[in-house]
Design a protein around this ligand. Structure first.
Ligand SMILES: [Fe+2]
Ligand SMILES: [Fe+2]
Length: 166
């Protein structure tokens, strides 16, 4: 049986993952509206990944006999600035999510919930990847600067991203 504290934290995190999903969906549409179809595609794939993160947490809660709860998801912003600023915001957001996962993990340690610790390890590793991916795009867009041909090349490359098959 899952403890109340971990259950509440996991439920709160489900809503946070859904916010991430909607944020990236909004960013995806924004990039597409600015003719960056490739980055739009990349962010759309990221949107699906975030939805899967929420599902993963809900599945765990149910498996542990918890009471799953999906909270209200606040609306994301509409304007994200330049394409570099979009990905700087992605990186900032992922750093914030990492903090939240770390807090969850610390709660699992202090509650002596070893199953939750093992479960959350996947998310700890995932956040390393998420931050690295966002950081790489930010770094490349900074290299590109004002050179639109290079920006369009990156847009094309990142547009090749596919949804991971399960
Ligand atoms: Fe996530
Ligand atoms: Fe990921």
């Amino acid at each position: 049986m899952i403890g109340q504290k971990i259950q509440d934290s996991l439920n709160a995190h489900v809503t946070a993952e859904l916010y991430s999903a909607n944020l990236y969906l909004a960013m995806s549409a924004y990039c597409e509206s600015k003719a960056f179809k490739g980055f739009g595609r990349w962010l759309r794939v990221q949107y699906f990944e975030e939805v899967e993160h929420a599902h993963k947490m809900l599945d765990y809660l149910v498996a542990r006999g918890g009471v799953p709860a999906v909270g209200a998801v606040p609306a994301p912003p509409r304007d994200f600035g330049t394409v570099l600023q979009v990905f700087e915001k992605v990186l900032d957001h992922e750093r914030h999510v990492t903090q939240s996962i770390e807090e969850l993990f610390r709660a699992a340690v202090s509650e002596r919930d070893s199953a939750a610790q093992v479960f959350l390890q996947w998310f700890v590793a995932e956040q390393v990847e998420e931050e690295a991916n966002a950081q790489e795009i930010v770094d490349k867009l900074k290299m590109v600067g004002d050179r639109s041909s290079a920006a369009l090349y990156l847009d094309k490359e990142y547009g090749k991203r596919q949804r991971a098959s399960k």
